[in-house]
Ligand binder design. Sequence first.
Ligand SMILES: C[S@@+](CC[C@H](N)C(=O)[O-])C[C@H]1O[C@@H](n2cnc3c(N)ncnc32)[C@H](O)[C@@H]1O
Length: 186
Amino acid sequence: MGRAATDALVEYARPQAGMQVLDLAAGTGEPGITLAQRVRPAGHVTALDLSQELLDIAAQRAGQRGLTNFSTQQADAHSLPFPDNSFDLVLSNIAIHNVKGKVARDKVIEEAVRVLRPGGRLLIADMRGTSQYRDRLVQLGMTDVMRKNLGWRLWWSGPWLPTRLVTATKPPMGPITTRAALIATS
Ligand SMILES: C[S@@+](CC[C@H](N)C(=O)[O-])C[C@H]1O[C@@H](n2cnc3c(N)ncnc32)[C@H](O)[C@@H]1O
């Protein structure tokens, strides 16, 4: 991914010192490494990916920058190894379209929402599938759900393949669907 695209995504993420961040399907570590520089010293970035090989490169790159607040976790995005409400910011860059099948992609979105703390933000940049991500986030009761085209600098090969960004906020009381389920079972 190009520098311009990484920088754009990091700015949309509005990083602040102290934030706990998950870079979902992080590959070799961008934009998570840039975010780790922005949230230190108290903040932390976890880079999660299926590929240990790519995560090893990410860890090496973070080490070269002297970052001690960046760690990696090999796992499948369908089943995140974190408790509910763990992160202030969950971000995924050009990755979820790799997950085959709508049901599986919806599950990744649900997991991202689950590990986000109430009031936390989710950002998903991708070149395909962003309408589906937006619709699922609305169904899950996320607020401020927006989908935007990141503009001509982030075309992959031309205007027929733009990068779009979906952003959403987890309501302070958690997603409405979760609240409804709690009320129904209480
Ligand atoms: C195009 S790369 C993007 C990597 C990084 N986000 C970036 O911006 O450079 C897509 C990544 O998604 C990862 N990936 C695909 N399916 C995954 C899954 N189910 N769980 C975790 N990571 C996955 C791949 O291993 C790969 O590193």
